[in-house]
Ligand binder design. Structure first.
Ligand code: SAH
Ligand code: SF4
Length: 414
């Protein structure tokens, strides 16, 4: 594929992708550390890791169970905490592996309780600068939602999204994805068996996960799947699949896989009810038009009135926010068990879009409501730490100062 971005200097300050570009390819490569982390490995891969250090086959299953418990129930960070494992084996594990999660560079807590972590991940070039991504926790009275990133940057080029303008892309590993959940649990004292746990209630602070941070999760399918299956595993982190939502801009061929292989809830970034406009806002629409996308939604495994698809719709002034647009939207979604999430656009430096006026959002929301959809408009949270929708800082060291200071996008569904 001829990709003009590939010829560019990675340190260049140019940020906007050329018009007409539907997707980018990774410019960055994951370089595994000399001592790999066991975080994010499936049970089968953990068994291989034990095999590699000479643990006899007959013992591996039991060892995997032990390690799984230590890692995902107790949140162990060092092998020497694992008192049920023999000293010799602990030393052997320590010689070959780590239990590293992404490194936390900074943590900020908003007055409303929203918490944001800036995480450092290894860069793709030997000796090159590391990458940074953010992860946000939003507490609400009945739940606590963690918003995870799946890529550094994004493969796609949605015109209203700041992440879409960044050239640097690297897929996160399963460990880097599930590691974000572990970091949140560390920081919130949310491990069920940890001393600091949210005692007595049996209710976890991190009760929900949304894949709505940086990146297109379906363009990093295997890693996202492996990480979410670990997060949902009943003998570990144990967040129910009904409380895990994957948001996609519409990678149609991978939508059935998300249902079959992960079994999570689905959110679709629709943003327009007609192809002409969606081609402009979400260029991937040129590859997978609205009809194909909605067909994949209708066929989504497990779809029912109790398990609806969330359709996200960013409110852009004078672009997609007219009464006619609202009517077209409800007509389009007729017959699909759906929730509609209207997201006020969060501007970023250099964008040509503006957020719709509040009156317009209300009018739009009323049409959606009258058609039978609850249409909560998300109140931005964590404004004081810039963790609200569309306000995550893009912090990749390789980016220009302007880009680094620029704001990025995020939204949370129910
Ligand atoms: N790539 C996935 C998930 C990450 S984006 C996706 O596109 O669905 C999460 C949500 O934030 C998407 O619905 C996206 O359209 C929305 N979004 C992106 N930029 C935004 C902005 N500046 N203001 C408001 N929402 C934005
Ligand atoms: Fe990527 Fe989602 Fe942003 Fe589109 S909206 S560029 S898919 S992160």
């Amino acid at each position: 594929m001829s990709n003009p971005l590939l010829q560019a200097d990675t340190a260049s300050t140019q940020s906007l992708p050329p018009p007409g570009l539907v997707e980018k390819v990774s410019l960055e490569r994951y370089v595994p550390p000399r001592k790999p982390s066991l975080v994010g490995l499936s049970r089968a891969k953990l068994a291989d890791a034990f095999a590699a250090i000479g643990v006899p086959a007959a013992q591996r299953k039991m060892r995997v169970q032990q390690l799984w418990q230590w890692l995902y129930v107790r949140g162990a960070r060092h092998f020497d905490e694992m008192t049920s494992v023999s000293k010799e084996l602990r030393a052997q594990l320590d010689a070959h592996y780590t239990l590293a999660r992404p490194e936390v560079v900074a943590e900020q807590t908003s007055v409303d309780g929203t918490r944001k972590w800036l995480l450092r991940l290894p860069g793709g070039h030997a000796g090159g600068p590391p990458h940074e991504v953010e992860c946000v926790y939003i507490p609400e009275p009945d739940r606590g939602t963690l918003c995870l990133s799946s890529q550094i940057g994004c493969t796609l080029t949605c015109t209203f999204c700041h992440t879409g303008t960044q050239r640097l892309v690297r897929n996160l590993t399963p460990g880097e994805i599930v590691g974000q959940v572990m970091i949140a649990r560390d920081s919130l004292g949310d491990w069920p068996s940890a001393e600091r746990a949210n005692k007595g209630s049996g209710v976890r602070l991190v009760s929900n996960i949304v894949m709505m941070g940086m990146g297109e999760p379906l363009y990093n399918f295997e890693a996202v799947r492996d990480a979410l299956l670990i997060a949902a595993d009943g003998e570990g982190i144990a967040i129910s699949k009904r409380r895990i939502t994957l948001s996609t801009s519409g990678v149609v061929p991978s939508i059935p896989r998300a249902g079959q292989e992960i079994g999570c809830m689905l959110a679709v970034s629709l943003h327009a009810a007609r192809n002409e406009l969606r081609n402009e806002l979400v260029p991937l629409n040129r590859k997978y038009p609205i009809e194909d996308l909605l067909q994949a939604c209708r066929e989504y495994p497990g779809l029912s009135n109790a398990r609806r698809i969330t359709f996200e719709y960013v409110m852009l002034r004078g672009v997609n926010d007219s009464v006619a647009d609202a009517k077209a939207l409800v007509k389009l979604l007729k017959g699909i068990p759906a929730k509609i999430n209207l997201i006020p656009f969060n501007p970023w430096p250099g964008t040509g879009y503006e957020c719709s006026d509040w009156d317009q959002i209300e009018t739009f929301s009323e049409i959606v409501f009258n058609a039978g959809y609850a249409s909560p408009v998300r109140t931005p949270r964590g404004r004081d730490i810039l963790a609200a929708c569309g306000q995550l800082k893009s912090a990749t060291e390789n980016l220009s100062a302007r880009e680094r200071l620029a704001l990025r996008a995020m939204a949370i569904t129910d």
